[in-house]
Write a protein that binds this ligand. Sequence first.
Ligand SMILES: Cc1cc2nc3c(=O)[nH]c(=O)nc-3n(C[C@H](O)[C@H](O)[C@H](O)COP(=O)(O)OP(=O)(O)OC[C@H]3O[C@@H](n4cnc5c(N)ncnc54)[C@H](O)[C@@H]3O)c2cc1C
Length: 465
Amino acid sequence: MASAIADALRGLLGEAKVDADPAALAARRHDYWVLSAIRDHVGEPGPSPACAVRPASVADVQATLRWANETGTPVIPFGLGSGVVGGVIASPEAILLDLGAMTAVRSIDPVNLLASFDAGCNGLEAEKAVAAQGLTIGHWPQSVAVSSVGGWVATRASGQFSSAYGNIEDVVHAIEAVLPDGEAVTLGKGPRASAGPDLRQLMLGSEGTLGVITGVTFSLRRAAQARAVSAFETPDMRTGFDFQREVIQGGWRPPVVRQYDERESRRLDARATACLILMVHEGPAALVAAETAAVADLAARMGVARAPADIVEHWLDHRNTVPSWDVFLQRGIVLDTVEVSADWSRIAPIYDDAVASLREIPGCLAGSAHSSHVYRSGLNLYFTFAVQTSDPAAMEGIYLDAWRRIMEATDRHGGSLSHHHGIGRVRRPYLERELGPGGVALLRRVKQALDPRGIMNPGVLIPDA
Ligand SMILES: Cc1cc2nc3c(=O)[nH]c(=O)nc-3n(C[C@H](O)[C@H](O)[C@H](O)COP(=O)(O)OP(=O)(O)OC[C@H]3O[C@@H](n4cnc5c(N)ncnc54)[C@H](O)[C@@H]3O)c2cc1C
């Protein structure tokens, strides 16, 4: 069957665009999800796809999807494979649609502050291209060097500078996509429109289930004229949350505002005695000076202590490291990070409840959190858990149990179950708690309308009926 799929696609697209080399396919069996790494580690790797298609153009994507739709062949879009929720897991009867050959910088327009890219363009390469003209996309996920611009849209990603510059949905100007029947659409036009529902939202967070994103246009910014940093320390998380809320609701917008609990603060800097808060201020020099002074003044009035500013410089220098799960798994350590969000009044109970629950797991080495994206109405929490076991067969159960504890604690206090990594497979069983039965039913109807044969990334995002 696999060879029949590859042969048919070679006939359609030409030899060079269809890869059936076993080693190349094995390398793209899954994304960066820890559970896939655990399965590899315990000697239970999943199957490879039937073949990988590497389209060179929108027309190639259209031809592939038309053929897949006619034959009912599953298609798994693949950007750069840095997703962490199991959005990519190959199956032997599926085509892996690898956007890695569509990497062009299509245009940069410094007058209108717009730049268009092929969806497979590496995020850091995209940023470098606009930076050469004194501009920035302003979207800095930790994975910027290992993720694609199409992947950012497909997962509804967030960058580290989001508190001023917004999340991916705030920087996307237009999205070009191919629907499951092969129809190409461009969604978004002009700086703002009142032309019915915003159809870009169909692709933002669609995780490969509603179509293939082939191009993205971003609304850019001029590179910041000035940057300053500040650091503070609060005795506990609640005081830190109150301080952050006063800063943001008071109208100040530092692009980076991060608050670490005691454990993570010490990991960040040995001098820390309690909860560190790091801020980066950017923009016109006058605004940076005013914001830095205002935040310092607010801290003094609230009794919040200053911390050494070089902690922020250190974070800036080391913020984009990509950890290797294998190093931990080889030591029997099951770990992951899980991000959620909530209103101000719900965030402290979620933090307390989830961390306490994680620390009850036998073998728990760490259950901790920091916040990294702040809004007028609340903020996110980014939990880290690490649990050690001597039994490789127990790893999967420990992993899923830790996730369950965070999801249930967040749900119990009315938080939102994902801030920016998406749903993939790991959160799929919890989606109904997030959207409600009516919301999930609506999502299924959208899926049915766009992809009636269910070819796009089956098993991801949308729970089975
Ligand atoms: C170390 C590390 C740090 C990270 N930091 C962040 C962070 O700060 N912020 C953040 O938001 N995320 C972060 N992530 C998660 C990940 O990098 C993002 O989800 C990223 O947007 C995925 O992009 P990708 O190109 O690698 O997508 P992939 O992993 O290839 O795919 C992810 C999902 O999107 C779908 N998809 C990919 N491309 C397309 C396309 N062109 N059309 C349709 N569907 C598509 C796939 O089918 C899959 O469901 C991090 C991951 C790692 C490993």
